[in-house]
Design a protein around this ligand. Structure first.
Ligand code: FES
Length: 429
């Protein structure tokens, strides 16, 4: 074989090897070339509904219409937020003896806190199990037996029905089935009392606990010195996000320092450490707590929604150490006048913001985003359920027996007057 033949054979072998390699590669890769197409189709089918649902959410306005004054938004807030969020409402020092109670109205939910004979503080819906009359009509008071003024049903500090005039002999009536509806409570190490209106299992408390961990000053041994509930014509959200709050705290801080001057040792400590004597803690969604360390005082400021355009502003002052009476008087006057000014300023601010539709600028506020997120989540659940979800609603047990007993009682003419606005013993909100 000459060199030409050798070259020819080498070239032929190279071509054959290349062709075989190509066929082999095509054979290996063909299933992968064809299979992904099938996968892609399958995946796009699987993913499409999710993409669409995301689009549906993003099509909704980020700040809903009526954010500042709409009844529908307020009703949704009641269901999505106030019916299932831990809310700070009082400090343990406000309940100094068994039977001490305090009444609240949280977004239309009447609630009261009471200290039991066992020193435990419990919360109840402030609604009589007979015909939904209000049990505690004063804002604060003290009694170990709470009688409903309408037909005389009485409850003890654990919410147990202890007296139901004319009902005792009615067949089928069971007092133990007619206790007050209890509300979940949690008391922190600092003595702050929170409630959660969810009639089922409430959310875990830990988020609130971490918010409180940085707050020095307020303790379980602090004592309540002064407090007041005022009303304002604005939506509660305008209160918690008001730009006037900083001015409010600065003014309070300055005026409290004038009344209760820091000791020289405290002044020296501040100068050496450079630490601010004012601390702030925000308790989502309605409360702010300020600790005025030099004055040895803490202030809890809450914006309790009364309606879509009315808010009850509650402030309470607590002292970490002994405060004499003239000082308390002075501090009370200062707090009242500064808080009244704040309310006036928020009302003016609200007039201006409520006429504008909520803009995406509102979303810069963390609380606003959190509220919005809760409302959107709840709306989604209600769409899935096909109706409103009312987490605070209680369904009484043994209602049939109760109704029979109540009917019999009416026939015996043992009740005077009739029902309060036709309300039932169930809490149908
Ligand atoms: S006793 Fe309370 S409503 Fe009748």
């Amino acid at each position: 074989m000459d060199s030409t033949d050798t070259d020819y054979l080498t070239s032929l072998t190279s071509i054959l090897v290349a062709v075989v390699t190509l066929i082999f590669l095509l054979h290996r890769t063909w299933p992968h070339l064809s299979q992904p197409k099938a996968d892609k189709v399958t995946k796009s089918i699987a993913i499409t509904p999710l993409d669409n649902s995301d689009l549906t959410v993003s099509k909704e306005p980020e700040i809903p219409e009526g954010w500042w004054s709409g009844r529908e938004v307020f009703e949704l807030e009641r269901r999505a937020l106030f019916s299932q969020t831990w809310l700070y409402i009082a400090h343990i020092s406000q309940f100094y003896k068994p039977g001490s109670y305090q009444s609240f109205e949280i977004a239309g939910f009447p609630v009261f806190l009471i200290r039991g004979k066992d020193d435990k503080i419990r919360a109840f819906h402030n609604v009589c199990r007979h015909r939904a009359y209000t049990i505690t009509r004063k804002e604060t008071g003290a009694s170990t037996v709470l009688g409903c003024r309408y037909h005389g049903w009485s409850y003890d500090t654990t919410g147990r029905l202890v007296k139901a005039p004319q009902f005792d002999d009615v067949p089928g009536f069971d007092k133990s089935q007619n206790s007050l509806f209890e509300v979940h409570t949690h008391t922190t190490d600092q003595g702050l009392i929170f409630v959660n209106l969810n009639s089922g299992e409430p959310a875990v408390f830990d988020g609130v606990a971490s918010a409180l961990s940085g707050l020095a000053g307020l303790r379980g041994k602090s004592t309540w010195v002064s407090g007041l509930t005022l009303s304002g014509d604005f939506n509660w959200k305008a209160g918690t996000r008001s730009r006037h709050l900083d001015t409010y705290t600065s003014e309070l801080h300055q005026r409290m320092s004038e009344v209760s001057r820091p000791s020289p040792a405290m002044k020296l400590f501040r100068a050496m450490t450079g630490k601010s004597s004012l601390e702030k803690c925000s308790l989502f969604p309605i409360t702010l707590i300020y600790s005025f360390q030099d004055a040895g005082l803490c202030l809890a400021l809450s914006f309790f929604p009364a309606s879509e355009s009315k808010t009850n502003i509650r402030y309470d002052l607590f002292a970490h150490c002994a405060v004499n009476k003239p000082e308390i008087q002075k501090i009370s006057e200062v707090s009242q006048s500064v808080t009244k000014n704040l309310i006036r300023e928020i009302e003016v601010e609200y007039q201006s913001i409520s006429t504008k539709q909520g803009s995406s600028g509102e979303l810069n506020n963390t609380d606003t985003r959190q509220i919005l997120c809760r409302l959107q989540e709840h709306t989604k659940l209600e769409r899935i359920e096909g109706g409103q979800i009312l987490p605070a609603m209680h369904k009484p047990e043994g209602s049939t027996l109760f109704q029979k007993a109540d009917q019999l009682c009416k026939e015996l003419d043992c009740v005077s007057g009739g029902s309060q606005s036709g309300a039932s013993s169930a809490l149908d909100w």
